[in-house]
Ligand binder design. Structure first.
Ligand SMILES: [Zn+2]
Ligand SMILES: [Zn+2]
Length: 145
């Protein structure tokens, strides 16, 4: 009886073992694909929420990243489309935040905010208000899915 019980415990452990692994993968995927709302802030007083990524359901069709539009300032462009344009004025003249000319070259080779192949460091971004590269992505983050 003792043997049988320990055998059952063994099977139980074997059966349970994969669960945390799957949970972990799910957690990673969720973090990769889930969108988040970040804030940008500049010492001049400019502040704006920006959306990075998309929801799990719409990720393939709708995934946002902050871009700079000459007319509208900072906008959330849908980077899931082949054709990138400003969601407000539909101008194609939009520049991605995170790379020159509107951001300082990345200091670290790692996205502070990122979705798909788009990424940006925390600091050194063109502010639509004062036109200096002093705007930052702030730490506060709201996730949605
Ligand atoms: Zn625009
Ligand atoms: Zn500013």
């Amino acid at each position: 009886m003792q043997n049988l019980r320990s055998h059952m415990e063994d099977s139980y452990l074997k059966y349970e073992a994969p669960a945390p692994f799957y949970k972990k993968v799910g957690f990673l995927e969720k973090n990769l694909y889930m969108g988040s709302i970040r804030n940008v802030a500049c010492p001049c007083g400019f502040k704006s929420p920006v959306t990075v990524g998309g929801s799990m359901r719409d990720f393939l069709k709708d995934s946002r990243f902050p871009f700079y539009c000459e007319t509208c300032g900072i906008v959330d462009v849908n980077v899931a489309k082949d054709d990138l344009y400003c969601p407000k004025c539909e101008s194609r003249d939009v520049k991605q935040y995170g790379i020159p000319p509107i951001s300082e070259p990345p200091l670290i080779n790692r996205g502070y905010v990122s979705t798909r192949n788009y990424q940006a460091d925390a600091k050194g971004h063109l502010c639509p208000a004062c036109k200096k590269k002093t705007m930052e992505f702030t730490l506060s983050e709201t996730c949605f899915d």
